[in-house]
Design a protein around this ligand. Structure first.
Ligand SMILES: [Zn+2]
Ligand SMILES: [Zn+2]
Length: 282
């Protein structure tokens, strides 16, 4: 069956595929990073991926974890790490133990708790840092960084670099390029308190509510309203800002038209909606 909410969004360094509607299902796959962000009900496309980053336990984001484990076991795919907020890790492990008991089997995946500020390596020179996200249950935002090297400032402009290198001089140093920040479900608090989200090349941010009169609802259920994002328009240095997790009370055309109407010109070109074409751009 064709999934009419499925989208593909190309960015400069990677492609984001997935679907995202509040209370229904949210998952994104970024193949270039070997990562799935939230797992929804576990689409087939997630099963082969080695790293799953789950922002919180709400079922529209996390229900697929046991199925991911079971499918990998069935298909004899070794390993698989599921990263969850550290506060929820023991409960997820207990849940997996129950499924193992019910299925009379043993899974191979590992549940890894990620705390605020924790950094995990996901191979190919990529790291992921956990960030604080405020929601109705324990929640984590994830920042993806690429470890790169550049010349140390004192060597910039010199033409004897290869000679220096031959002599064993340490001419290069490591730095971390923030490629992607994913907020998961959260409220405007993350816009007030987090610096890193504004600097990542690509920001995936929830935007559950968009219409007039729904600002209170956003605050009450710990979600973001588009007005919150517009209020911070000047802060965003991101090349692309992907808005996700729209409430199902809005149609795709309503989402595009309403955000187009409210969007500060400063952001318009950089915003993408996590919807299929022709609803992705403002
Ligand atoms: Zn959600
Ligand atoms: Zn939620």
């Amino acid at each position: 069956m064709l999934d009419k909410d499925f989208f593909t969004i190309p960015t400069e360094h990677f492609t984001i595929e997935g679907r995202s509607r509040a209370g229904h299902e949210t998952y994104f796959r970024v193949r270039e990073l070997g990562a799935v962000l939230d797992i929804g009900r576990c689409p087939d496309m997630a099963i082969g991926m080695p790293n799953i980053f789950v922002t919180h336990a709400h079922l529209d984001h996390a229900l697929g974890i046991p199925f991911y484990a079971g499918q990998r076991h069935l298909q004899r795919i070794a390993g698989g790490r599921v990263f969850v907020p550290s506060e929820a890790a023991d409960d997820f492990r207990a849940l997996m133990a129950l499924h193992e008991k019910l299925e009379d089997t043993g899974y191979d995946i590992e549940i890894v708790g990620v705390g605020e500020g924790d950094v995990v390596s996901i191979g190919k020179g990529h790291e992921v840092r956990g960030h604080r996200a405020t929601h109705r249950v324990a929640a984590r935002g994830y920042e993806f960084l690429e470890v790169r090297h550049h010349l140390r400032p004192e060597f910039v402009g010199r033409d004897d670099i290869s000679e220096l290198r031959r002599r064993g001089e340490k001419v290069a140093e490591e730095y971390r390029q923030p490629l992607l920040f994913y907020t998961g479900d959260t409220d405007r608090g993350i816009l007030e308190s987090n610096e890193a989200l504004y600097r990542a090349e690509v920001l995936i941010i929830e935007c559950s509510f968009i219409a007039d009169g729904h600002q209170d609802r956003a605050a009450r259920y710990r979600h973001i309203h588009f007005d919150d994002i517009a209020e911070f328009a000047e802060r965003f240095e991101n090349r692309l800002i992907v808005l996700t997790h729209f409430s199902r009370r809005y149609s795709r055309a309503e989402i595009r038209d309403e955000i187009r109407r409210r969007c500060p010109p400063l952001l318009r070109e950089r915003i993408r909606l996590a919807l299929p074409e022709p609803f992705q751009r403002l």
